[in-house]
Design a protein around this ligand. Structure first.
Ligand SMILES: NC(=O)c1ccc[n+]([C@@H]2O[C@H](COP(=O)([O-])OP(=O)(O)OC[C@H]3O[C@@H](n4cnc5c(N)ncnc54)[C@H](O)[C@@H]3O)[C@@H](O)[C@H]2O)c1
Length: 232
């Protein structure tokens, strides 16, 4: 479970742990995941992990042992003008949000493939599914690419008992949204038909379903959790 120190990653980790899974909380923010692991207690452990790095993925897998479920959640959510984006920031957002997910699918997916079982869930976003998003073009582009990567990995792994799916939330109440000025959040809520922000637990429930045995025939799918913001 990557990016578990706060926000949606924390909500998903809490849900999977409550469902009885042993959870490995992986994040660049070691103090954050250590705090959560201490609170969750038995069945939770914390590890410093940088999703951008192949070495870090290999170390993570060696420490984790057999992985039943991989949740690729870590991301940088960045805003900013299309015309003035810092190009180093472009590269780092793509490295975190897209290469990180690819490396997770490749390193952990290979173990799952060889074992003949596994579940991978990648966090996409409505920002990658429709134009005119409040987020930056680098963020939106990385999230759109996750849908294609998810389908590709799903096809690679379909015969191995491994499913690969994405969850695409709209704005969810939490630390990321709290960094956005209130008037922008209000404007965002107006575009959501159900008339409110989503809740971390609602995204976590979608992830828990895709991670379950019941979802064995669902692969390559993107499950929208967006309050009707995009209907398709
Ligand atoms: N919050 C939303 O409204 C929303 C909406 C749509 C999609 N999403 C997606 O859900 C996921 C979680 O979003 P969030 O809002 O909880 O994000 P967040 O910014 O609150 O948390 C992201 C976590 O990822 C970690 N992280 C960042 N870079 C990392 C790296 N290189 N290696 C390992 N960990 C790293 C951070 O330390 C942090 O704990 C993201 O993939 C995001 O794109 C979120």
């Amino acid at each position: 479970m990557t990016g578990a120190a706060r926000g949606l990653g924390e909500a998903i980790a809490r849900r999977l742990h409550a469902d009885g899974d042993r959870v490995v909380l992986a994040d660049v923010n070691l103090a954050g995941v250590e705090e959560l692991a201490a609170e969750l207690g038995s069945g939770a452990s914390a590890v410093e992990h940088d999703v951008r790095s192949l070495d870090s993925w290999e170390r993570l897998l060696a420490g984790a042992g057999t992985v039943d479920v991989l949740v690729n959640n870590a991301a940088r959510t960045e805003f900013g003008s299309f015309w003035e984006l810092d190009l180093d920031e472009w590269d780092d957002v793509l490295a975190t949000n897209l290469r990180g997910v690819y490396l997770g699918c490749r390193v952990v997916g290979a173990q799952m493939r060889d074992r003949g079982a596994g579940r991978i869930v990648n966090l996409a976003s409505v920002a990658g599914q429709r134009g005119g998003s409040a987020t930056g073009v680098h963020y939106a582009s990385s999230k759109a690419a996750i849908v294609a990567l998810t389908r590709h990995a799903a096809a690679e792994l379909a015969r191995s008992g491994v499913t690969v799916n994405a969850v695409a939330p709209a704005a969810i109440d939490g630390p990321m949204v709290s960094q956005v000025p209130p008037e922008k959040v209000e404007a965002m809520v107006k575009t959501i038909p159900v008339g409110r922000l989503g809740r971390g637990e609602e995204v976590a429930a979608a992830v828990a379903y895709l991670a379950s045995d019941a979802a064995a025939f669902v692969t390559g799918a993107t499950l929208d959790v967006n309050g009707g913001m995009l209907m398709r």
